[in-house]
Write a protein that binds this ligand. Structure first.
Ligand code: SAH
Ligand code: F3S
Length: 467
């Protein structure tokens, strides 16, 4: 059967686009391949937000050259932000790529998949190709029996905020908000397909405005929360400027919302925020967080931080470091500033790269402590988590995510295999140890629905007694 292997880099928007591509490919008669060396189509959904994302994508393109040589009937396709940015350059750097589709050409990509489909004969994988060893270094791929449990639904495309470091508006265009009716229809469809957790995605979801009715993001959240069968709801990413009191009050009325907010701060220094064109001050950010804490207590707060932004002084950096030392963030995604072609900040005098690396190291050390403490607080409690699948490191264990997005890993109970969890995907885990990456524990029970009481699972100790 013709099959497609999809590798996704970058943000939630790419995840959502990959889900869309997978769905269209399945409708066109493709199976989703778990390994690239057997697929008829290998698709790379790329990112260009930082230089290392770009280099990784080109690295993967080179990597797949071997496959292409062994079996020229395989098609290598590149899509996503790098495809949009480099569509011409790519022909020279990676001439073995068969087709390139920009961020607004997903429809054309789906049409091409349909057109290619009859050209792939059954079991077309050549012997030479199947002898190639499974290729290493893979990124996230859409494939397994658990993917459908989580669905990303796009509420808006593009971004019009033009932060001076960011390539996104240049490769994805300005805001294009989707009508509420379309969003609700997709949410219902995803629930019907088995989604237990819906994540509404956009670069700046909380800037959403329905093009016809003017409904805002809080209104959309409320409408989605009413959908029959919805278990959990989440959203990514929010901009501090649009994180209004109305939105917090709307959120406080929705019990199905996952208690975790991602609110990128970027820096704790006002001069830096101004040069970044972030449109808020550190004082405004702190006020918004205080309002959140007042109305949604117990929520985890996560953030993005850039160090070494042009002109960042030691004093600027110390402010960011001091803020993270207050344990304010359960998690922070920390980046060294990476100059992006065509963005204003790339023309400004740059911070020395060794200094920027030092800053990242000291910030990461402080933030990791905070993250570990957040996980440590779960030790001793029983958490309910949505299964992700067998643990990557050890398939005799199951990985799951709590509603505040903490990875928990527990041994599979005796007599239950991982696949059985696709239908009863909620697990109750007693947390016993915590790490920077998450926590480990023992599975006590599982259930079909989030609100259902758990059914006990066989415990390893009982199993030993019966032996
Ligand atoms: N609003 C978007 C932002 C996308 S980029 C969202 O959905 O999250 C994600 C993060 O990457 C940004 O918040 C920022 O911290 C970081 N980033 C973006 N451009 C960068 C650059 N040129 N160098 C380093 N980090 C960058
Ligand atoms: Fe980028 Fe700023 Fe928009 S980070 S996605 S330009 S809000």
């Amino acid at each position: 059967m013709a099959s497609i292997y999809i590798e996704t880099f970058g943000c939630q928007m790419n995840e959502a686009d990959s889900q869309f591509i997978a769905e269209r490919a399945t409708a066109a008669g493709y199976a989703i391949a778990e390994k690239p060396h057997k697929a008829s189509v290998v698709l790379l959904n790329t990112c260009t937000v930082r230089d290392n994302a770009e280099r990784r994508a080109y690295g993967r393109m080179q990597h797949f050259k071997t496959l292409k040589r062994a079996d020229p009937s395989m098609k290598l396709v590149v899509t996503g932000c790098l495809a949009e940015q480099d569509r011409h350059r790519m022909r020279t750097i990676a001439p073995h790529v068969d087709a390139v589709f920009g961020t607004k050409e997903l429809g054309e990509l789906a049409d091409a998949l349909t057109a290619w489909r009859p050209g792939f004969v059954e079991d077309e994988c050549s012997e030479e190709r199947s002898l190639l060893l499974p290729m290493g270094g893979q990124a996230d791929c859409i494939a397994d029996a658990f993917t459908h449990l989580r669905a990303y639904v796009t509420v808006q495309r593009g971004c019009s905020y033009y932060c001076t470091f960011c390539i996104v508006p240049h490769v994805r265009g300005r805001f294009d908000h989707r009508p509420t009716g379309d969003i609700l229809a997709e949410v219902r469809q995803r629930i019907a397909q088995g989604a237990r957790e819906i994540t509404l995605v956009g670069q700046t979801v909380n800037a959403y405005k329905d093009p016809a009715t003017g409904a805002d993001f809080g209104d959309i959240l409320g409408a989605v929360a009413q959908c029959d069968g919805l278990e959990r709801l989440s959203f990514l990413t929010s901009h501090p400027k649009d994180f209004t009191q109305k939105l917090v009050l709307d959120m406080a009325r929705i019990s199905r919302l996952n208690p975790r907010l991602h609110l990128p701060i970027q820096s704790a220094s006002n001069p830096v925020l101004r040069r970044m064109n972030r449109k808020y001050t550190i004082e405004a950010y702190m006020e918004k967080v205080a309002f959140l804490r007042e109305h949604l207590c117990g929520w985890a707060l996560t953030t993005d931080i850039i160090v070494g932004f042009p002109g960042e002084s030691e004093e600027d950096f110390q402010k960011t470091l001091a803020l993270c030392a207050t344990n304010m963030f359960a998690q922070a995604y920390m980046f060294i500033y990476s100059p992006r072609r065509g963005t204003p900040a790339s023309h400004w005098p740059q911070v020395d790269s060794a200094l920027a690396s030092d800053r990242l190291r000291s910030l990461a050390a402080v933030q990791d402590r905070s993250c570990r403490e957040f996980h440590q607080r779960k030790v001793g409690s029983v958490v309910r988590a949505l299964v992700q699948g067998p643990s990557r490191k050890d398939p005799t264990k199951l990985a799951a995510k709590t509603v505040d997005n903490v990875t928990v890993v527990a041994p599979l109970p005796p007599t239950l295999d991982a696949a059985s969890f696709a239908a009863a995907p909620w697990v109750d885990v007693r947390v016993e140890a915590s790490y920077t990456w998450g926590a480990t524990g023992t599975m006590l029970a599982r259930s079909h629905a989030f609100t259902e009481p758990g059914t006990l699972v066989p415990s390893p100790t009982l199993d030993l007694i019966t032996l």
